[in-house]
Ligand binder design. Structure first.
Ligand code: GLC
Length: 693
């Protein structure tokens, strides 16, 4: 973050010129998605926009509705869950560059993303926007994405800080969790975003943490974020997440946005007239504004915003470039997770199937416009059916049957689908969820993990009619797998794969590319197996309080430590080829460094090119506190031709072996024996070795 620049004067001198009223104007929204400018000193407003996987359509400045323009169609990138499922750091950076460039192209200074809240419950309506259940994976990918965004002269606004892990009562729920869970699970992604990627903005979450709203929370924002981590950017409230003038002024909020007063009366925001009046009455010192204003000017300087300097080298931005669409396709392809492929049914060989039945409402449904604030007006969206026809329509007779309806009674859709399946060589069922409220949508959680709209019955009947069936699930998290699952040879999880979803799916189904996606969440056999669902207290909460009693045992940390087998585990994903690992070598780093070098060879032992994500897990056998059976602490994605071998070498730093000790208020490595394993998934251990630290 540079501290120099605007108008050649320092930020200090510029701040000193501001009147009290001008300072007040800078710390709250002057429009739905912007702060007001200070024309007298040529300070521009900050123009903001959602969302994490594309720039939202232009919203009214004061009316809360889209303006209905024709120039705000944009690139619709795969959702956060898809980006994470690629386990590809470089691709995360490319994704960020596209998002940042499109935000600039639409004249934005702040993009309200990425969203990196941890998947604590499979039911959270916004899991599709986030990266999954593991803090290390989230940290590694968010760093690349934020650097990519900010390289385009746009501030990333990483969200929602912190522990916005459910939509149920999201504006008021009070999260109670122990310090180790906060430090080891819920903070690391944000810590990396701030301390490693230099995020210029961070969005306070709606919920409370330990009794205080996250948008003005002294310990979280002043103590941890600004003092301990040295954050020098701005804390922006979630929209309508501010609840009190004095709290907002004194407990770490820098910009109040979206306070909902019915008709948007920006002057009545908590940090508008009420704060001005409190300062004038002497109830609050004018100095409460100084740090806020300096932070805002610092962000503007870091973005080289023209209002502050002679036109610098701030990138111009652009929307809808072909290379942006290529990135969307690449992320989509690498995000598709092949969960099951019995008998190597996939990929379909075009030469040997002549007819293909495509079944399901999700074969033709578009998803860009749904999901809540992450809504996008996509320039186009290729559906799975379109993608399959694009790819194979000339060689294969493709038929379509709706199979189930996500918006009307089923009628005789199932018999029609069964007939289509019976008369085709192979079948692809597109099922799962969508962005309807109560599914993958902001503002509500899913009621359960079941597949909606009678899909279990449909899939069961279709697989009986034609066993050569692959089920492709669209959705942001796991669903209960019905009795059909054991009888179905192919199962694919494809998230919400963006504007090129259909083409990406077709390229995987017909073998143009091997799938390389890996699950970033555990797939419980039943909701009751999930660690968050042991009682009402732990989810959705009782009397406005939700208690994270599982502590650090989230996701695979829970399943592996308590010996409960999920249907599919964190890190699982098949390829069309196979990989063999050599022995794992461990080498202690320089004395006192606490680091360990791990190396393992990986060979593509099949006859197709493929990419393997080698995952390194650490287990601490002798700890004074309960530690998970294993924890992901490194990963490398490696592309290998048939027969090719690569040597994967990673550095496990001290933190990889540490746990957070609340008593010592820091990370501690206790001497003793550790096991490091090189895995193809959290449960598929390919090589392991022990080391004494
Ligand atoms: C929403 C979301 C947040 C979004 C903001 C602006 O309620 O929680 O993610 O960026 O408001 O739309």
């Amino acid at each position: 973050m540079t501290g120099d620049a605007p108008n050649g004067a320092s930020i200090e001198s510029l701040a000193a010129q501001l009147t009290l009223e001008e300072k007040i104007a800078m710390v709250h929204g002057g429009a739905n998605f912007a702060t007001a400018p200070v024309p007298r000193l040529s300070i521009p407003g900050l123009e903001m926009s959602d969302g994490p996987h594309g720039v939202r359509e232009e919203m009214g400045r004061s009316e809360w509705r889209p303006e209905g323009r024709t120039d705000d169609y944009v690139t619709y990138l795969p959702a956060g869950i898809n980006l994470a499922s690629t386990w590809n750091r470089e691709l995360a950076a490319e994704y960020g560059r596209v998002l940042g460039r499109e935000a600039r192209g639409r004249g934005k200074d702040v993009i309200l993303g990425p969203g990196i809240n941890i998947h604590r419950t499979p039911l959270c309506g916004r899991n599709f926007e986030y990266y999954g259940e593991d803090p290390y994976l989230a940290a590694e990918l968010v760093v690349g994405e934020i650097r990519g965004i900010q390289s385009q002269g746009v501030a990333a606004c990483v969200k929602h800080f912190v522990a916005n892990n459910q939509e149920h009562e999201r504006h008021t729920i009070d999260v109670e969790m122990d310090e180790r869970a906060l430090r080891e699970i819920y903070l690391p992604g944000f810590e990396a975003a701030v301390c490693r990627a230099g995020a210029l903005a961070i969005m306070g979450a709606y919920n409370k943490l330990r009794g205080q709203h996250c948008c003005h929370n002294d310990r979280l924002l002043n103590r941890v974020l600004k003092d301990e981590w040295g954050f020098r950017g701005v804390v922006i409230s979630d929209w309508n997440g501010t609840h009190d003038t004095r709290e907002a002024a004194c407990k770490g909020l820098d910009i109040e946005m979206g306070t909902f007063l019915g008709q948007a009366r920006f002057d009545e925001y908590y940090m508008a007239q009420p704060l001005l009046a409190a300062i004038k009455r002497g109830d609050l010192p004018e100095d409460v504004l100084s740090d806020k204003v300096r932070r805002i000017l610092r962000v503007m300087a870091a973005l080289d915003m023209t209002g502050l300097r002679p036109a610098g080298d701030r990138p111009a931005g652009a929307i809808n470039l072909p290379e942006h669409q290529q990135t969307a396709l690449r992320v989509a392809e690498e995000s598709i997770v092949l969960l099951k492929n019995t008998g190597g049914m996939l990929p379909f060989e075009l030469g040997e199937i002549r007819s293909l039945a495509v079944i399901g409402a999700n074969a033709t449904r578009k998803h860009a416009h749904g999901g809540g604030s992450s809504t996008i007006k996509a320039l186009y969206e290729v559906t799975p059916l379109e993608g399959i026809i694009n790819r194979a329509g000339r060689q294969v007779r493709v038929t379509y049957a709706r199979g189930y309806s996500d918006d009307s009674p089923a009628g005789d859709l199932i018999p029609q689908a069964v007939e289509a399946a019976a008369s085709a060589d192979a079948v692809v069922i597109l099922g799962g969820l969508n962005h309807d409220r109560g599914a993958d949508c902001e503002g509500a959680d899913r009621p359960d993990m079941r597949l909606p709209h009678g899909q279990d019955e449909l899939i069961g009947a279709v697989v009986r009619a034609n066993p050569r069936t692959v089920v492709v699930l669209i959705g942001g998290g796991p669903v209960e797998l019905g009795e059909w699952h054991a009888r179905t040879p192919g199962l694919v999880q494809m998230g919400y794969a963006g504007m090129e979803a259909g083409n990406a799916l077709a390229r995987v189904l017909f073998g143009d590319t091997s799938p390389s996606g890996k699950l970033t969440f555990s797939w419980p056999r039943a909701l009751a197996d999930s660690p968050a669902h042991r009682s009402e207290r732990t989810y959705p909460g009782v009397d406005g309080v939700v208690r994270y009693e599982e502590g650090v045992m989230v996701g695979y940390r829970h399943f592996d430590t308590s010996g409960i087998a999920p249907a599919y585990c964190f890190g699982h994903g098949l390829s069309y080829t196979t990989f063999e690992y050599g022995p794992l070598g461990l080498q202690s780093g320089p004395a006192g460094s606490g680091s360990v070098t791990a190396e393992v060879s990986v060979t593509n032992t099949g006859n197709r090119p493929g990419a393997e994500v080698v995952q390194f897990y650490v287990a601490d056998h002798e700890a004074s506190v309960p530690r998970p059976a294993k924890e992901l602490k490194e990963f490398q994605k490696t592309y290998l031709q048939p027969g090719e071998t690569a040597m994967v070498v990673v550095e496990l730093d001290r933190r990889a072996f540490a746990f957070y000790d609340p008593a010592r208020r820091g990370w501690v490595v206790e001497p003793g024996r550790f096991t490091v394993s090189a895995n193809a998934s959290s449960r598929d251990i390919r090589a392991q070795a022990m080391i004494d630290l």
